[in-house]
Design a protein around this ligand. Structure first.
Ligand code: ADP
Ligand code: SF4
Length: 690
């Protein structure tokens, strides 16, 4: 008997995509992962877990089809020759093992690739600089008719190879401002005067040709998906729904077997919760596409609510629920809905830490799902953990993301757990930070874990329990894990500034902890950001909204510079400017005085005086490792108290991201009782020598 709530059964209907049929409406759209061609075993294991979790379609990342468009150092898929087929076959096999369809996203990046590896000059519709994040001084040459003929052949070759590898769905990709078919369509990149330039019909010609070519080549056995950027959200300068988006959908409405609706660029498609808090933020476009085609339409929008998904279908906005991030945070989301375990869904918090992995060419990681990227190299599974041979009781001190995750996973392994928390709620930093503007969804890190911890009979939680070393010695637990977190420094030290800022005793100094504790801020505020992530800009906006005059100072040349990795930086800086926060970049604070701070420009050494009443230091954090160090220094007493293992995890071990804390807690539970790394437990993929 099916457990599925009848309200959600529509999500489990099969969907025909050309000659193939998806078993349900859950569609993992293509997403990058920093593994791809460089780490094919890791990749296959990760995609396999998605299929196991119930995603009816599991797609690859973008896959380069020819060496003349090479994305190095970014690691994407590769299908340059027949030699690349076996590693794709491995991914397909892992997906098919669970009855899902495997989709491949063929990509020719043209003028969005600098070809740093192959050293072939890139090509595109026109003779123009490459449009690529690293800003290499490289230009693309304009493609002539031979180049276009060759390109069409390369797509055919790649489609055939994809078919041999076993893929069920082959994508033509014209999204994210990343690929040649989209560049041809774009008014700002296409200055051609031949039949591929000028009118929308001409600029869209290549798209139609490629769709037809791929269909002719493999359409008998493979569904043909078209991922298309219907709007770039940059007004008339970019592709707009009114000018090109609608026209292309109308022109080729029935040509592909499925429309994957995209909004370019990547920062618009993968908006963080800070800037797009609601699910389904692309519905405006998908519902228009739905009106123009009879073919299934898939779209994304950080969908994690089953009711929200059903309403997308019922309202006729979508046919399949597209997801990258929700499938990363919870590869088992579909199965949990199917099996009526909705409260067990690990909801994506919309932080884009997953995206940062791809941007830095390292394997994907996720704040909510610490097993993401670890499926092969550590053998971690998002829903399974080995039972402990000796399930001894464990005391976990501190209930932030590290302590909660350790407690939950130790409980999953069969250990009775006592969780002691100094405060009155679970969640540590996520509980506090989620009260800041734009970060409300961060509470999901707590909520997912709290759901289990509060109901487990073998988990005891004690609030208002700020433990000392002596308390711990008295309790007599054999195993103690300290997860007491960190606090922001009050000295101004951070990054290259290793000295305590002079004169801090003369001015009111606050830290993010103070603001989150409700300490009153007076008058004009200077926010000093050496952290580069979200905290300083978030607090600057909060204080500005409360009516303070706010100046933002950082030695970086952009505001919240690391948020470029999470695709947020431009929005952060624009938002600061719009909200009237004055920016003082490339500057360090050299001294504080009663009425303000002295700045020095790091390039010109020019000095500037900024009047202020409160200085908010967002520079770096100090681990709160006091009780651990205290106990560690008392080995005889530890022994006498019967404490066999004492471990330090999370921010108390080394302050980092929330993702790092969750990971640290998870790793501690997996490796327990030795919570730190054993090198033998970590595999990595080596290049083949023969
Ligand atoms: P992490 O990111 O490593 O999980 P957090 O700062 O989010 O760290 O959480 C640390 C938690 O530990 C906070 O909820 C804090 O109240 C709690 N804590 C800190 N010191 C103690 C202590 N001595 N006893 C019990 N709980 C503590
Ligand atoms: Fe969602 Fe953040 Fe995980 Fe990405 S890293 S899937 S945005 S929770």
């Amino acid at each position: 008997m099916s457990l599925t709530d009848p309200r959600y059964s529509v999500l489990f209907e099969p969907v025909k995509i050309g000659p193939v049929t998806a078993p349900n409406r859950f569609y993992q759209v293509p997403h990058c992962n920093g593994m791809a061609h460089a780490r094919p075993k890791s990749l296959a294991a990760m995609r396999g877990v998605k299929a196991e979790g119930g995603w009816g379609v599991v797609s690859t990342e973008e896959v380069e089809i020819h060496p003349s468009a090479d994305l190095n150092p970014v690691i994407e898929g590769r299908l340059w020759s027949d030699d690349d087929i076996p590693y794709h076959a491995k991914t397909v096999e892992a997906i098919h093992e669970h009855g899902s369809l495997a989709a491949i996203q063929l990509a020719y990046n043209g003028m969005a690739a600098a070809n740093l590896f192959t050293r072939i000059p890139p090509m595109g519709p026109s003779n123009m600089s490459v449009v690529w994040d690293f800003g290499d001084p490289v230009q693309a040459r304009a493609m002539d008719k031979d180049d276009i003929r060759n390109l069409r052949q390369w797509y055919r070759d790649a489609a055939r190879r994809a078919q041999i590898a076993g893929y069920d769905i082959v994508y033509m990709y014209a999204g994210h401002n990343m690929v040649t078919p989209m560049h041809f369509l774009s008014r700002r990149y296409n200055d051609r005067s031949d039949e591929y330039g000028g009118s929308v019909e001409n600029r869209a010609r290549l798209i139609g040709e490629l769709l037809e070519d791929i269909k002719e080549e493999v359409g008998q056995t493979c569904g043909i998906a078209f991922r298309f950027a219907v709007d770039e959200m940059r007004g008339p300068e970019g592709i707009t729904w009114e000018e090109e988006g609608r026209a292309v959908v109308e022109m080729y409405a029935e040509l592909p077997d499925l429309w994957d609706v995209n909004v370019a660029d990547w920062s618009n498609d993968s908006q963080t919760a800070r800037f797009a808090p609601q699910e389904g933020y692309q519905t405006k476009y998908t519902k228009e596409v739905k009106k123009l085609t009879t073919k299934p339409v898939v779209g994304v929008g950080r969908f994690t609510s089953a009711d929200g998904m059903v309403s997308q279908l019922k309202n006729g906005y979508l046919d399949m629920i597209g997801a990258a991030r929700p499938s990363i945070a919870d590869p088992f989301l579909p199965n949990k809905i199917r099996d009526n375990r909705i409260e067990e869904i690990r909801e994506c918090i919309g932080c884009n830490i997953c995206v940062s992995g791809d941007n830095m060419s390292v394997p994907i990681r996720c704040t909510q799902n610490p097993t993401m990227g670890e499926e092969w190299r550590r053998g971690w599974h998002p829903e399974k953990i080995e039972k402990a041979e000796n399930p001894d009781p464990v005391l976990v001190v501190g209930s932030g993301p590290a302590g909660m995750e350790a407690a939950l996973q130790l409980s999953n392994r069969g250990h009775p757990v006592t969780l002691a928390e100094a405060g009155t709620e679970l969640g540590g930093r996520v509980a506090r930070e989620s009260r800041l503007p734009g970060l409300a969804s961060y509470i999901r890190v707590r909520d997912y874990r709290e759901h289990y911890l509060l109901t487990r009979p073998d988990v005891d939680i004690y609030f208002d329990s700020k433990l000392s070393g002596d308390d711990i010695l008295e309790f007599g637990f054999e195993h103690v894990i300290v997860a007491t977190g960190s606090k922001w420094k009050r000295t101004g030290q951070g990054r290259d500034n290793r000295n305590v800022i002079k004169g801090l005793d003369k001015i009111k100094v606050v830290t993010p902890d103070d603001i989150m504790d409700g300490v009153e801020v007076t008058g004009r505020v200077v926010v000093y950001d050496l952290d580069y992530y979200y905290m300083a800009s978030t607090l600057a906006e909060k204080l500005r909204a409360a009516g303070h005059e706010v100046a933002y100072v950082s030695d970086a040349s952009t505001a919240a510079s690391w948020t470029a990795m999470t695709l947020e930086q431009e929005r952060v800086q624009a938002s600061l400017v719009e909200n009237g926060v004055s920016l003082h970049l490339n500057s360090v604070i050299t001294e504080a005085a009663v009425d303000g701070v002295a700045l020095e420009n790091i390039y010109s050494e020019e000095e500037e005086k900024l009047a202020c009443d409160t200085l908010l230091l967002v520079t770096e954090r100090a681990p709160l490792d006091g009780i651990y160090l205290d106990l560690k220094a008392r080995p005889d007493e530890l022994k006498e108290a019967g404490i066999k293992t004492l471990e330090l995890i999370g921010d108390a071990y080394a302050p980092g991201t929330i993702a790092a804390s969750v990971y640290s807690g998870h790793k501690a539970a997996r490796l327990f009782p030795n919570c730190q790394d054993d090198p033998d437990m970590f595999k990595w993929e080596r290049p083949a020598v023969v």
